[in-house]
Design a protein around this ligand. Structure first.
Ligand code: AMP
Length: 179
């Protein structure tokens, strides 16, 4: 896609659908499916997520279960590089490292294959949305354990009022749209 066909951030933001009280009362869910459902928006979003990087700069794009897989895999194609999934515990078949983190109620655990990236690999971590930052912070712990160099942690959406960035000290954090 040539640069002049790219959609700007404002148009991407306008396409995000707010769904009140999902998955529970009081949560306003940011539904990205309208962006995925429009080829021009989706392609532009991937270009924005990978902006600042060119082919050869990155050894792998890492995506977080589950919507991070959609953007992460597309970003890996864009940068002609590998894709690595970080999954919910119990889903990856080979040896894994695991990291738990707190949720509003209870906790969750994510995992990565122990051989997912070589030590020293330059990686970008991608997810759809930064809320409290617990998920992304746990993913960064896993990546450091693998010896990866985290070049960038990129989100389509940041809920800035939840201060998720504070859980990601020492790594560059970027988001395209903020609420
Ligand atoms: P957190 O660990 O609190 O930063 O939560 C981030 C994860 O939860 C992301 O992978 C999002 O997909 C999901 N998430 C949290 N809040 C929302 C929301 N309001 N709308 C959509 N997804 C959300």
């Amino acid at each position: 896609m040539s640069t002049d066909l790219m959609v700007g951030i404002a148009e991407l933001k306008a396409a995000v659908r707010n769904v009140p009280n999902f998955p529970k009362p009081g949560i306003q869910f940011k539904d990205i499916t309208p962006v995925l459902g429009d080829a021009r928006l989706f392609a532009s979003l991937v270009r924005h997520l990978t902006s600042g990087f060119k082919r050869g700069d990155v050894d792998a794009v890492v995506g977080i279960d589950a919507r991070g897989f959609i953007f992460g895999a597309a970003a890996a194609m864009e940068l002609n590089t590998a894709f690595v999934p970080i999954r919910k515990k119990g889903k990856l078949p080979y040896e894994t490292y695991e990291q738990s983190y707190d949720l509003e109620y209870g906790s969750s655990t994510i995992a990565v294959h122990t051989d997912a990236v070589k030590p020293g690999s330059r990686i970008i971590l991608i997810d759809d949305l930064l809320a409290t930052g617990g998920t992304a912070a746990a993913a960064v712990v896993l990546l450091k354990r693998l010896g990866a160099e985290v070049l960038d942690v990129v989100f389509f959406i940041e809920l800035a009022f939840l201060n998720g960035r504070e859980k990601l000290p020492g790594v560059p954090v970027r988001s395209l749209i903020t609420y």
